[in-house]
Design a protein around this ligand. Sequence first.
Ligand SMILES: [Zn+2]
Length: 145
Amino acid sequence: MIGIAYGQNGPHVDDELRIPVRSWLEDCEKYKPLGWDSYYHFDSILVSDMMEYNMLGVCIPHRKTLLINRQILGDEFLLKLVVYHEMGHCMLGKGHICSRISLMNPTMEMYSMRDYEELWNVLLMDYMNGGVGIPCPELRCLPSF
Ligand SMILES: [Zn+2]
């Protein structure tokens, strides 16, 4: 690991996203999931005003940019969940998991936010350890991320 990210300070992160992004980084420094250090070569993690109401966040790999919908900024837990999900796509190269509750399940309506909060530590371990499930069908239900 010598020399990784040498001279790199990581992406620009909008102020509103600093807390969940810092939390993701701290968890990654602790658990070291494969690929997390690509964070330091990423370009921007931004709040977007231009997103469709049903799109909570999006990773744009070729622009090394991650966008979070401004409409979810008031909900601290949902924001953290969406940031971890999108960072999973952008930094860890993760796809979606549809067969069970997961930080990478794109369908918010299948489980309650309370389920996610109560299971957070279990879901985090699954996420960090590269758990896989059944990939999602192309057509997705709303809202999604
Ligand atoms: Zn997704």
